[in-house]
Design a protein around this ligand. Sequence first.
Ligand code: URA
Length: 217
Amino acid sequence: MIEVPHGKPEAPADCTLCPRLVAYREENARKHPDWFNGAVPSFGDEKASLLIVGLAPGVTGANKTGRPFTGDWAGDLLYATTDKFGFSTGDYAAHPDDGLELTGAMITNAVRCVPPANKPVGAEVNQCRPFLRNRIAALPNLKVILCLGKIAHDSTVRTLSLKLRDHPFSHASEYPLESGVTLLSSYHCSRYNTNTRRLTPEMFESVFDRARTIISG
Ligand code: URA
């Protein structure tokens, strides 16, 4: 287990730390009062050996449904892959009441509130980092952290007090850490990356395969 100061692993739904994100959330809440419109909590198994770190909720995905990657394009590939590698049970149906459960895995986001244009600014990533740190610290069985994309990777490296210079992001990068946890990364399973085939399902699966192998140890 990684030793970090004790604190809350989840932001309150009405978190006020980032003024720009609060303003965007309030704008969305005015337009769509039936949406979740809050800091999206992590989803999954408190006994997880795998923590998947995404970027931030999509406006009509997790921000609408309240569950990471749920209703997002990215969720279709992510949840198909968790299923394939035995990290989830039940059928993903893009809705938080679909009965899907993560088994031995948890999904969180580097930034918990939806950012305009899907792009958090550096100050927002920094502001949200204590929740990531506390999320990691609260998982006693953690063996692999799998970061989706460079922003999640860099924020996780900083969270763990590691040097970015020594742990650069690349697809399928793998860093065994002194704590015993392995830091893996993948290109983000976004619509853009999958449509352009920067990330193919096979590439994504091979990272999950590696995670499964490390966990099975
Ligand atoms: N939805 C999320 O919850 N996170 C992402 O990184 C992308 C979509």
